[in-house]
Design a protein around this ligand. Structure first.
Ligand code: C2G
Length: 140
């Protein structure tokens, strides 16, 4: 009986970009099942993170990514241990901008931090979009 390895990660995934895709592809290759907790709009307010795209669209895009098997809402900082138990998670993984921040989860499962993709972020995308609109004098 081959034990299925379940990987869990969380994120906002606003303005889905290549950094998000490369992370999810690497996570999918780490195991047999990838579960992604997408931050709800309410939780992003708690995180102090402004998003352009609403939760249902961010979740639909992540759900459509090959290699993602299940999307769950991320409502709180505290839900991770319960999610790890509920879904029999073998490894929790994040990009290394979070390195060390979730080591307390080693009590429940393996904790992995993967290198971020350089030179891309939702913030940089928004800046590039602003410059583009300005250059092409498109009034929103
Ligand atoms: N990421 C990446 N490379 C980038 C940008 C993001 O690898 N250039 C990774 C991040 O490290 C994270 C994931 O993509 O693992 C999602 O990034 P965000 O949407 O910015 O997620 P964040 O707001 O950090 O939320 O409880 C955890 C939080 O919900 C994480």
């Amino acid at each position: 009986m081959i034990l299925k390895k379940t990987i869990l990660t969380y994120g906002t995934f606003d303005m889905f970009h290549i950094g998000h895709l490369r992370l999810l592809e690497r996570l999918s290759a780490l195991g047999d099942r990838l579960i992604v907790g997408v931050s709800t709009d309410e939780f992003n307010a708690i995180k102090g993170k402004k998003t352009l795209i609403p939760y249902d669209q961010r979740a639909a895009i992540v759900r459509a990514i090959k290699g993602v098997d299940l999307v769950i809402p991320e409502n709180t900082w505290e839900q991770k241990p319960q999610d790890i138990k509920n879904y029999h998670v073998d490894a929790f993984a994040m990009g290394d901008d979070w390195a060390g921040k979730f080591d307390f989860l080693k009590e429940f499962c393996e904790v992995i931090y993967l290198p971020r993709t350089e030179d891309i972020s939702s913030t940089e995308l928004k800046k590039a979009l602003d410059a583009f609109l300005l250059e092409n004098s498109i009034e929103l």
